[in-house]
Structures are given as C-alpha cells and as structure tokens.
Design a binder for this molecule. Structure first.
Ligand code: ZN
Length: 503
C-alpha cells in the first residue's frame, strides 16, 4: 500500500505531483498474454520464477490433492490477477494473507489479494486444491489420461490447468520442484532430477527438480507402475528412463527405442551444441495414444508409437526439441515452426547419419510426393493457424524449408546456424521472424524473400525442384548415395507427434 498521502510536508507534496498515487493506479492483470491463437492463455501483470508443487495422488479414485506455491514478480500495479486453473480450490494466500477468488472464462482463476500489489515486487501465492483431473473437461477434452494403474498428463498446447495453477503460456517459464506422494509400490515420474524418494505410512513421496526455465505445457506427471533405468551419459549427465510394466507386446520395442536416449543426446550435442538441462530420459506410460511430446528433460511417448517395432526416429524428434522448443521456446503459438521444423529436420539428419537416406533425398521425396495442387502446400508453416498448428505439413514442409536453406547457404554456414541458435537464445523465447533475422546475420545474405516463399506462401515453391536436383546430382557425382530400403517406411515413422487439441 502507498502511505505517502498521509505524510505531511513539501517533500511529500512534490512527490504527490510527480507521481499521482490513487487506487486507480492498481488495475487487474490481463486474463491472457494476447497470444495470436490462444488469447486467453497465460495472464498479464506478473512473471513467475518458480513453482513448488506438493501433491498426493490416489490411483484408485483419481483424487489429486495439492498445494502449489508460486514465486513471482509483479510487472504492474495490481488490484487483482489471474491464474489458469481448472480444479477446485479451497484456499489462496498471497504474501501469506488470505485472498478472495472467483472463477471466470474456461479456466481462469481471478485472485484479489487482501492488499493491492505494487509493481516490481516479489510475491508468493499459495493455492490449496483437490479434484479428479480426468473429470475436468474443457471443450469436451481432458488432458489428463487415467490408466489402469495411475494417470498421465502430457499435452500441447495446454495441460497445466488439469493439475496445477499457473501462468500458462510458454513466454513465462520458471523452475520447478514437484513432490508427489503415491501409494507404496507405485511410481511418480516427472521432469528433471529425482532428488529423493522416501516412504512412510503407506505412501512413497518422489521429489523432482527442474533447475532451468521450463514452460508449463512441458511440465509433466505420470503415476503408475514403471520399470526405471538410470545411467549417465559420457559427459556425466544423469539419464532416467521409465517404461510402464503394462505395455504388453510393445514393451520390447519401447525399451529398445528409449534406451537409445543417451546415444541420441550425445549425437544431437554434436549438431546443436551442449545439452541445456540437468537430466535426460523418457517415459512410456500405458496410454493407448500414438503421439509423443517433448516434455522437458523427459519426453512422453505414447504406447502406439511402438506398434511397428522400435522407433528411434521419434526419440530423435523429441530430444531435438530439448534445444528447439524447450530451451528456446516460441514467443507466440503461431511460431510453432521454430519447434517442429527443426525437430522434424533432425529426424532427416539422423536418417542421413544412419545411412537410411540423406536429408536431401528425403526432401526431394517429400517435394515430389506433393503435386502443386495438393492441399499440403496451402499450409503455411510460418503461421499455419490454430487449427492447422500440428498439421503434418508444418513438420514436412517445415523441414523442407531447412533443407532448402542448407542448399542455399552450404553445409558450413547452415550447421553453424543450427548450433548457434540454441546457444545464443538458450532458456529464452524467439519467433520465426527472429530466426529469419538470425540466419541473415550469420550468413550475411538477405533471406526474407527466401523464407517468405518457404514458410508463408500458400503454394508450392517453384525454385526448389531444380535447386535440390542440382544439389543432389552434385552430391551424387562426388559420393555414391545409399538408397533407402523403403521410402514409405521412413515417411511413416518420421512424423509421430502430438495430436491437435485446442480450446
Ligand atoms: Zn515435435
């Protein structure tokens, strides 16, 4: 609160004239950050630095009970502010004092602190809550999947509202401590390092820590019965993989895929630079889903991803996101190409390394596969629209754009850019326009028109065929290129990602 109005004297008067203070200065924080596709996502008026989640989950009933403590800094004088959350709240305290609250919109929690909050101050927000997350439906959808032995939450672009209150937009990243108590014999898997595990009164508590900035949608939780393996990479990075004990015939293929995590991470470090986080791994719960998601340090893989055997390509995709998407996050959901174009292209690079077809061959294949009148070319990877955000064209045409860039700049400059971007933007946010500028700076070439053709025009780029064919003949003349065993097989396995969902 401001007390300066009560202070008598000339000094106070001059201050009063310089900064007119009144209750009108304190205004509500915006109910969204103004994202182009999801205007209600996130909130205005504060910036979260840390989430501490203390949870208890009973698989038999799907009851999740929790206390979330958020540490944040106000970015305006706030009369009230919002969190994004869907479960039932029993108490909220701001800076230790009870606050009043109401719900609005689809998942907005409006919090009015006992005392208005001045700009630039550190605040703490404690939210006590309980509920059955699988019963929370938003637009008839639930991001929380119950399993025979627990539950899983891993969805894009929204998943947090089903299990913790947050500023739910990738522009507000924070560190996380996630502590989960589950019945003895059950495991709780989350992001980062498992710092401790202890049991008492029939409950086992798992404490997880992510010590680098993490977006809310990349924060994950899985409860169930898992086989857990731990190891270290050659660089000493802890590896933790978890595979459900209930995968049936897919168990071998799942293990054979995610046990390649350390190897793939080391290879990706050669392409993208140092791995940005404190732990790596993956988990496969017993959900029937066929998508995978780049949940930070510990990607989620749906069981169906392994229906046809091992799928290392999907592991490459999700681990590539740790640099492109997780460490460097998008600024706005329309910038999805800075995530998916690069994760998809990394699968082509892996194929090239494995001798199953070069990135150039895969690009030529995708280019030839889609005639000019194919709706594929109507999708603009640089701004696909909310309902096309996870269209396969965002991935395939997105990767094609990168091969075209490689052809244009040459391997030396192209790979320098691939490594420099995640290094120079580490733990931050960036847009498609930022990448265009970045590539221009690093290459010293004007690229605006090039990127406009590849990412923003609803039509098949004409120059590509000749360019890539020329490039291929050049390469073929130098070294014989191994032909892939089956193009179809590569095409079918390389695009295993998230199913579209929005609200
Ligand atoms: Zn992806």
């Amino acid at each position: 609160m401001r007390h300066r109005l009560l202070v008598p004297g000339a000094a106070a008067l001059s201050l009063l004239l310089a900064i007119p203070a009144s209750a009108a200065d304190f205004t509500p924080g915006a109910p969204g950050v103004g994202d182009s596709y999801y205007p209600e996502s996130g909130n205005g008026g504060y910036d979260v630095s840390h989430y501490d989640l203390r949870l208890k989950y009973q698989p038999k009933t799907d009851l999740l009970e929790g206390t979330a403590t958020l540490l944040a800094t106000t970015t305006q004088d706030l009369s009230r502010f919002n969190l994004d959350f869907g479960l039932k709240v029993s108490e909220i305290r701001v800076n230790g004092k009870k606050a009043t609250y109401a719900t609005s919109g689809k998942h907005e929690l409006e919090i009015t602190p006992a005392t208005p909050l001045e700009k630039g101050k550190q605040i703490s927000v404690v939210v006590r809550y309980a509920g059955k997350p699988s019963e929370l439906k938003i637009d008839n959808f639930s991001a929380w999947a119950r399993t025979p032995d627990g539950g899983v939450v891993a969805q894009e672009p929204d998943s947090a509202v089903w299990w913790f209150p947050s500023n739910d937009h990738p522009t507000d990243k924070a560190t996380f401590d996630i502590s989960v108590a589950v019945p003895d014999g059950t495991q709780a898997i989350s992001n980062g390092v498992l710092t401790s595990q202890s049991s008492k009164l029939g409950w086992t508590r798992y404490n997880w820590r992510s010590d680098k900035p993490q977006a809310t949608y990349l924060t994950t939780l899985a409860i169930g019965k898992f086989d857990i393996t731990t190891d270290k990479t050659a660089n000493g990075l802890p590896v933790l993989n978890a595979v459900s004990k209930d995968l049936g015939a897919n168990e071998g293929a799942a293990r054979a895929s995610i046990e390649r995590t350390a190897e793939v991470t080391e290879w990706l470090e050669g392409v993208f630079g140092p791995y940005p986080f404190n732990s790596v791994g993956g988990y496969v719960p017993n959900v029937p889903a066929g998508y995978a998601l780049e949940t930070q340090t510990r990607p989620f893989y749906g069981k169906k991803a392994f229906d046809r055997g091992a799928n290392v390509s999907v592991v490459v995709h999700e681990l590539a996101h740790q640099w492109y998407g997780d460490s460097v996050s998008l600024k706005d959901w329309k910038d999805i190409w800075v995530n998916e174009g690069f994760a998809a292209y990394s699968q082509w690079l892996w194929s090239e390394k494995e001798g199953e077809g070069t990135a150039q061959e895969l690009a030529d294949y995708v280019y030839a596969q889609h005639p000019a009148d194919d709706p594929f070319w109507k999708v603009k990877p640089g701004d696909p629209g909310a309902d096309r955000q996870f269209d396969s064209a965002v991935y395939d045409r997105g990767a094609l754009a990168l091969q075209a860039l490689r052809d244009k700049l040459g391997d030396r400059t192209f790979f320098k850019i691939l490594k420099a971007w995640p290094t120079e933007h580490r733990y931050g946010n960036a847009s498609v326009a930022d990448f265009v500028k970045f590539a221009e700076q690093k290459s010293g070439k004007p690229l605006a028109e090039f990127f406009d053709t590849w990412l923003f025009q609803p039509s098949k780029p004409a120059a590509a065929a000749t360019k890539s064919t020329a490039q291929r003949s050049f390469r073929a003349a130098q070294t014989p290129v191994a032909q892939p065993k089956s193009w179809k097989q590569i095409a079918a396995t390389h695009d295993m990602h998230v199913q579209p969902h929005r609200h």
